[in-house]
Design a protein around this ligand. Structure first.
Ligand code: PGA
Length: 242
């Protein structure tokens, strides 16, 4: 594991963008595994700026997102498809047809999840998987449980996660109770993993995940076993590390 300390979330975004830039330059048709949430926003802003400045080009890049709320359509303002359009895709040259996000409105959840895995495999797998981390150690929507889920699947959301995400909804009642997420196995199959954690509220889970025992009760801890994982933390998120 490579641990990189940044002074601020903005610097973490820049350092993450350097890693993305190198991968896109090497392979202009690479497959990016993307994430939503507050953490990736400085990175996405940086990527938009770098394409505007002619440093990178997204025209051939493909992407697969980690997760989506069950029951929300892609044009619902709180859906993760909408988030990606607003915060990245609408501002870069990526072809929307080359971006996939699990379908929140799928009638047959199991078939959609199986198809999502197939789509990722057909793309040739993920070159770099971007991750944030939940306060409970979740990656994507893989919540603490008694095993590491292998593939894309439906999950019931933990109250701590619904509480954390209610800031985006009118009330807690409107936060969906279920979601679709890549499995921990899907994430581990990415050729490279880049996890960003910023803010004091992530300090404890960063310590537990990367310096504690590997166990499914702390889903992110399995990343200790990934052969190419980079963790970028800002000063606040690194504050409990020695
Ligand atoms: P955040 O979410 O970036 O909004 O903190 C991270 C996550 O829940 O994975």
């Amino acid at each position: 594991m490579k641990l990189i300390k940044a002074a601020t979330p903005a610097e973490a975004g820049k350092l993450a963008a350097d890693i993305f830039e190198e991968i896109i330059r090497k392979n202009p048709a690479c497959v990016l595994g993307l994430a939503t949430g507050s953490t990736p926003l400085p990175l996405y802003r940086e990527l938009i700026e770098r394409e505007k400045a002619g440093k990178i080009n997204f025209a051939q890049v493909r992407s697969a997102n980690l997760d989506e709320y069950k029951g929300l359509s892609g044009d619902h303002p709180q859906s993760y498809r909408y988030f990606m359009q607003e915060n990245l895709f609408n501002h870069i040259s990526i072809d929307p047809a080359n971006t996939i996000v699990p379908d929140g409105l799928a009638e047959d959840a199991e078939a959609m999840c199986a198809d999502y895995e197939k789509k990722i495999a057909d793309m040739g797998g993920v070159d770099i998987q971007l991750l944030g981390i939940g306060h409970d150690g979740h990656i994507g929507f893989n919540e603490p449980c008694d095993h590491f889920p292998a593939v894309t699947h439906e999950v019931e959301l933990e109250e701590i996660t619904r509480e954390a995400n209610k800031r985006f909804f009118a009330s807690l009642d409107e936060v969906p109770t279920a979601a679709y997420t890549m499995g921990v196995g899907t994430v581990m199959a990415a050729r490279k993993v880049l996890l960003i954690a910023t803010g004091k509220d992530k300090a404890e889970i960063v310590k537990k995940s990367f310096f504690g025992p590997v166990k499914p009760e702390v889903p992110a801890s399995i990343l200790q076993f990934h052969p190419d994982v980079t963790v970028i933390v800002d000063e606040a998120a690194a504050s409990l590390l020695d």
